[in-house]
Design a protein around this ligand. Structure first.
Ligand SMILES: *Cc1c(COP(=O)(O)O)cnc(C)c1O
Length: 232
């Protein structure tokens, strides 16, 4: 078996057992293999091991890879998305995780309507208020949700965050906990067109903590595909 296949299966096993340990149904947590900068051969190895969810950060790379791989893959756009590139990916992604402005949501809605589809999106939250990160501030999220919920062509499925780079994943527990709480608070508002049943958080360095705090999607790159040539 290839290294990527082994890593994928091992990570999947770990995510499942972490779910069980925290009393959650393993079906509640999806492992997205983050394949940015990695060649399609390696994605194929993960695919052959059973992976159907892949996450990409760059529009160009995403649109290049899609036609080279089987069409039962669910593609997740997880990187910062510029408004002028939305038209290239709408209709091709399963979920856009990185919606960080109302303006971007409007463009996704507009392009989706043009091709007669509805795009599922997550709102990105800058949960630790880091200057270097995109995303809504936690206190901005409720208003953004209300505004975006009215946009035709998009459906808010939940929230996403990238927690700070950490030495010890326990350092990020508070951020994952706050994300879960934020999603519960928003769900309670019962806004039409808002589902809030998906929480995308946890990467190679901190997914254990994220799963135990209620992650519904973990996005894992390095632990499956190895280190990237350049850091994102
Ligand atoms: C690169 C990336 C990941 C995966 O990070 P790893 O540390 O390699 O697991 C997850 N989410 C986002 C938004 C990323 O850009």
């Amino acid at each position: 078996m290839s290294t990527v296949a082994e890593n994928y299966l091992k990570t999947l096993d770990e995510v499942k057992s972490l779910c069980e340990k925290s009393g959650r149904d393993p079906k509640e947590c999806t492992l997205v293999a983050v394949s940015k900068t990695k060649p399609v051969e390696l994605l194929r190895e993960a695919y052959e091991a059973g992976c159907r969810d892949f996450g990409e950060n760059y529009v160009q790379e995403l649109v290049d890879k899609i036609p080279q791989l089987p069409d039962d893959i669910r593609w997740h756009m997880i990187g910062h998305l510029q408004t002028n590139k939305v038209k290239y990916i709408v209709g091709k992604t399963f979920l856009i995780h990185s919606v960080d402005s109302v303006k971007l949501a409007r463009e996704i809605g507009k392009q989706s309507e043009k091709i007669g589809t509805i795009s599922d999106i997550l709102l990105e939250v800058n949960i630790a208020a880091e200057d270097s990160k995109f995303g809504f501030k936690p206190e901005e999220v409720p208003d953004a949700v209300r505004e975006i919920a009215l946009i035709p062509g998009v459906r808010i499925k939940g929230l996403m965050t990238s927690a700070p780079i950490c030495e010890d994943p326990e350092e990020n527990r508070i951020f994952f906990h706050n994300m879960k709480q934020l999603s519960i608070d928003i769900k309670k508002q019962k806004t039409d067109n808002v589902y809030m049943d998906c929480l995308s958080m946890g990467m190679s360095g901190d997914y254990e903590t994220a799963v135990s705090e209620g992650a519904g999607i973990v996005r894992i790159g390095t632990a499956i595909f190895g280190a990237r040539d350049y850091h994102i």
